[in-house]
Design a binder for this molecule. Structure first.
Ligand code: MSP
Length: 646
């Protein structure tokens, strides 16, 4: 029987549409869920919406709708957005659902029966934004910095103070309860600092779940929302299913809501006689241009806007690759463009396309036969197998960016293997047909392993590569443990070749951003009629997007020869890691052909091809002009070939 794995995202507040922060959490959870399925677990992936509380009641009032209308609209938006982003959730819990109301009533009654609940009077400062009471005497919220409101009301209290020691023992017994480990200390110090009982009901508003047998009281929204992790798994409605699912293996959250998940939540569960979750995994926070994202600052990036600008896979890859889980990051569209063009279109897309095209052209689209290993074959196979192990190690530690980094190293090794073996040259020599087949088999097999490993993060592209390789089993059926070398069937037909992740043109990309932003602010027509800023008419400085259009890369000169009849020109073959370029450069008066092989150079890679003295040149070598003398730009440290200059 498969081992179960229960994973959750926070239940998002539905006072607005999903944005890049919600997307980040959800995409990490999706990647982990897909990875665990690929490791043979029976995964239950829950997401959902937190629909009660004063904040929502007020938001509805401001928008002139009832709370129910407001939450129906935005809960629908969340669910629809996650579906269009291809999020593989199994359960979507809404805290306004009956099954959830039942669960909240049940857990409360159990706690009450066991003596963890009493009534009293609450007086204190409350942050409506965070739906949380702040420490005594504080007039601003320590989490969001907004002013708090003084409230006094009769309330049901939860005896948190009685569980202080039990919580500390639990942390000692489960030192990796909070991940990354660095955050565990902050939780332990908070609890050691002393716990006060917490108020878990309100009488000052009505939008929420009433306390059983005392309907003047509405449950405190965090008490209500956290219980969503139980109700989504069947607590209170499907006891058999719940028994299988609980405890949760991971609650994935942002660092902002760690205390609720690592202190209050295990305490609630202890009081209800339920096991605590195995891990709370807290990720970092995204800023935009270094600033906290907010509507008032106008730097709020919605998920819809993101998806209008780039493919879902590109958004997911960017978010997963750009920062380590736990660290903070700065969101920029330039970063998204660079990751898409450089990693997905260039590195991955080109190596897949080249390999498949050669199989189509030289072997009529049938996977060639694998012959004797020679010339780097063994190294490629071993590197692929080492990468699978490393990838697994990193993913198991939730270091998704490093797991991806290791796959990209394999992509680079595959590209080097192609450059070193030059199958396009072998194809010209009938005597090398067997060897050509072996090189292409090995390349295709490496590509298969790469596609399967990338499945959890970029499922559409991974599926497409498998289809193109002619693999019939859908992506979901591939298990990491089956990823042994040599599974690709010799002689089987490859599928139709379609380029994955076409390169995004920076101008077109910028136009998409502008259109998405205009649509978001409801000002599409105003934006298209707007005059360009006065500055741009007289100033010849360029914006970063224009600079980003110049694709400068590091290459290594493989060979150089003089062009007959030219004093100035040399013909060079330059290795860019993923391909070899022929470049004609006007440097013969300063450099001899013998001095160049092995030298690292910088080239402009996206220059249109040109013919110089009848020889095709594909790119330009960058050099300083010292009077008439060209001086090649030099890199003084080793650099991966193909690295981009920016
Ligand atoms: N409703 C509560 C959670 C209850 S869970 C039982 C809540 N909702 S929220 O809509 O505010 O979403 C919180 C989560 O969204 C954060 O924990 C984090 O996962 C994510 N993010 C919101 N803004 C974010 C960033 N700017 N950056 C990264 N993640 C962020 O809190």
């Amino acid at each position: 029987m498969k081992k179960k794995f229960y994973l959750t995202t926070p239940l998002y507040y539905v006072n607005d549409v999903p944005h890049v922060g919600h997307t980040y959490t959800t995409v990490i959870a999706d990647a982990i869920a897909r990875y665990k399925r690929m490791c043979g677990f029976d995964v239950c992936f829950l997401t959902g919406t937190d629909e009660h509380g004063l904040k929502l009641e007020r938001a509805a009032g401001e928008q002139g709708v009832t709370p129910q209308q407001l939450v129906d609209t935005f809960a629908g938006e969340f669910e629809k957005t996650w579906r269009s982003l291809g999020i593989s959730f199994d359960q979507f819990i809404r805290t306004s659902q009956d099954r959830h109301h039942q669960a909240v009533a049940e857990i409360f009654q159990k706690m009450k029966k066991d003596g963890f609940i009493y009534t009293g009077k609450y007086e204190g400062y409350y942050c409506v934004r965070c739906e949380s009471y702040v420490p005594e005497g504080e007039k601003t919220c320590p989490d969001c910095g907004r002013s708090t409101e003084f409230m006094t009301e009769e309330s049901y209290f939860f005896k948190l103070s009685a569980l202080q020691e039990e919580l500390l023992d639990f942390y000692t017994d489960n030192p990796d309860f909070v991940l990354p480990g660095s955050r565990m200390n902050e939780v332990v110090s908070f609890v050691k600092g002393g716990l006060q009982d917490i108020s878990i009901s309100r009488t000052s508003f009505s939008w929420g779940i009433p306390v059983p047998e005392d309907e003047r009281h509405i449950f405190y929204v965090w008490f209500d929302a956290l219980t969503g992790y139980l109700s989504g798994a069947g607590y209170g409605s499907k006891p058999e299913q719940f028994k299988e699912a609980w405890p949760a293996d991971i609650h994935l959250i942002g660092k902002d809501i760690l205390r609720f998940h690592a202190v209050y939540w295990p305490a609630f569960l202890m009081a209800a006689g339920l096991e605590a979750p195995r891990h709370v995994l807290a990720h970092g926070w995204w800023t935009v241009a270094g600033e906290k994202m907010s509507k008032s600052r106008g730097n709020f990036i919605t998920t819809e806007e993101l998806m209008e600008v780039a493919e879902a896979d590109c958004v997911k890859y960017f978010l997963m690759r750009e920062i380590a889980l736990g660290a903070d990051g700065n969101f920029s569209y330039d970063g998204l463009l660079t990751r898409t063009n450089s990693d997905l279109a260039n590195d991955l897309g080109n190596s897949a396309n080249r390999t498949l095209k050669m199989i189509e052209n030289y072997f009529d689209g049938a996977i060639p036969e694998l012959g004797e290993a020679e010339g780097g074959d063994k190294e490629l196979r071993e590197f692929s197998l080492e990468t699978i192990a490393l990838y697994k190690k990193y993913f198991d530690q939730f270091q998704i960016n490093r797991a991806l980094g290791s796959v990209w190293e394999l992509i680079s090794v595959l590209n080097k293997y192609l450059v070193a073996n030059q199958p396009w040259m072998m194809a010209k020599d009938p005597g090398k047909r067997g060897r050509l087949g072996t090189v292409l088999y090995n390349s295709a097999e490496t590509l298969r392993c790469i596609a399967v490993m990338l499945g959890p993060v970029i499922p559409s592209g991974a599926e497409s590569i498998l289809r193109q390789l002619g693999v019939v089993e859908p992506l979901e059926q591939h298990q990491l443990s089956d990823l042994a070398w040599g599974r690709l069937k010799q002689g089987s037909a490859i599928g139709e070749i379609v380029p994955i992740y076409p390169r995004l043109d920076p101008n077109e990309f910028q136009a998409r951003i502008d259109a998405a932003k205009a649509k978001k602010s409801g000002a599409a027509s105003a934006a298209s009629e707007a005059e360009p800023p006065a500055e741009s008419q007289s100033d010849d400085r360029i914006g970063i997007e224009e600079f980003a259009r110049i694709d400068m890369r590091v290459g290594k000169v493989l060979s150089a020869e003089a062009l007959p009849k030219s004093k100035r020109l040399l013909k060079l073959q330059v290795d860019l890691g993923s391909e070899v370029r022929q470049i004609v450069a006007g440097i013969a008066e300063a450099y001899t052909p013998e001095s160049l092989p092995g030298r690292l150079v910088v080239i402009v890679a996206n220059l249109k091809p040109a013919r110089l003295m009848g020889v095709e040149s594909n790119g330009m070598i960058v050099a300083a002009s010292d009077g008439d003398r060209p001086v090649l730009v030099t890199l003084t440290e080793p650099v991966e070939l193909g690295s981009r200059l920016k």
